[in-house]
Write a protein that binds this ligand. Structure first.
Ligand SMILES: [Zn+2]
Length: 264
């Protein structure tokens, strides 16, 4: 089958049926079924990518980041779009956390293959976010690669979490990088919220400008921006309730259009 014409929503359905391994499972192979499917899609759509393995103490297997780059002749700074691929609960469909996000990135990669971006655009589908260890995880490895110049000159990283349902874009950013992230946040018309731990916090901790973005439906969006409590969508994370029926193809497509609009 060809993945070229699938929407990000249709890709999530495929991943929701794959039983894989928890990020904490010491019996897991380096190449988990989820990781293999991501590689199968990248091979099928015929883009070049690189695989970055790294070690985590206490685990025999390797952990894995996957990078895709679209360079341009422009001297503008690039954007790195980030999403974690690892999971906590192997029995859950894990649709919102975080399959929807890396499927949105895969769909964006397919689009940029035929539509050259105006600025350099990079993608990092990273591992081990779920370990909640900012000093040893995929986004920490990514921060080292960015600082070593692997991705050239970078404006900021845009980390995606919970991007399967809703028409309102939220952003969690960090005052220390207000200047670097302002333009992107304004272009997305995103509203500031405070969020749980995520890869953007890790990147900022290591000196790389980053923000975390996601989407929410109206009622939950109000709760998130009020800061009174966490929206219920966020509590789906790692649970059996994080299922395919709770995401929306229309919402994902609208979100993708806004994301692509940042770079086209
Ligand atoms: Zn997540």
């Amino acid at each position: 089958m060809s993945y070229e014409n699938l929407s990000s929503y249709q890709m999530v359905e495929i991943f929701s049926k794959i039983e894989s391994f928890s990020s904490f499972d010491r019996t897991a192979p380096t190449w988990t079924p989820r990781l293999n499917k991501i590689i199968e899609i990248l091979n099928d759509i015929d883009v070049s990518y690189s695989v970055k393995h790294f070690n985590v103490s206490g685990f025999e297997r390797k952990f894995t980041n996957i990078y895709v780059s679209f360079d341009t002749e422009s001297s503008d700074k690039g954007i790195v779009f980030v999403s974690h691929h690892d999971i906590v609960n192997a029995k859950s469909q894990n649709c919102q956390d975080n399959t929807a996000s890396f499927c949105n990135l895969l769909r964006m990669i397919i689009h940029l293959k035929d539509n050259k971006p105006k600025i350099p655009v990079h993608f990092a589908i990273v591992d081990t976010e779920e370990h909640v260890n900012p000093y040893c995880c995929g986004s920490q490895v990514l921060s080292e690669d960015i600082k070593m110049g692997v991705f050239g000159n970078i404006q900021a990283c845009v980390n995606l979490e919970l991007t399967g349902l809703g028409k309102n874009i939220w952003v969690s950013s960090f005052e220390s990088f207000e200047e670097e992230t302002k333009e992107i946040i304004t272009a997305l018309n995103a509203s500031p919220v405070s969020t749980p731990y995520n890869d953007a916090a890790v990147l900022c901790l290591h000196g790389v400008p980053a923000m975390c973005i996601g989407i929410l439906p109206d009622s939950e969006f109000e709760i998130a921006i009020s800061g009174v409590s966490y929206p219920k969508t966020w509590s789906l994370c790692h649970s059996m309730a994080d299922t395919f029926d709770k995401i929306s193809e229309e919402d994902m497509n609208l979100f993708l259009q806004k994301l692509i609009g940042l770079v086209i």
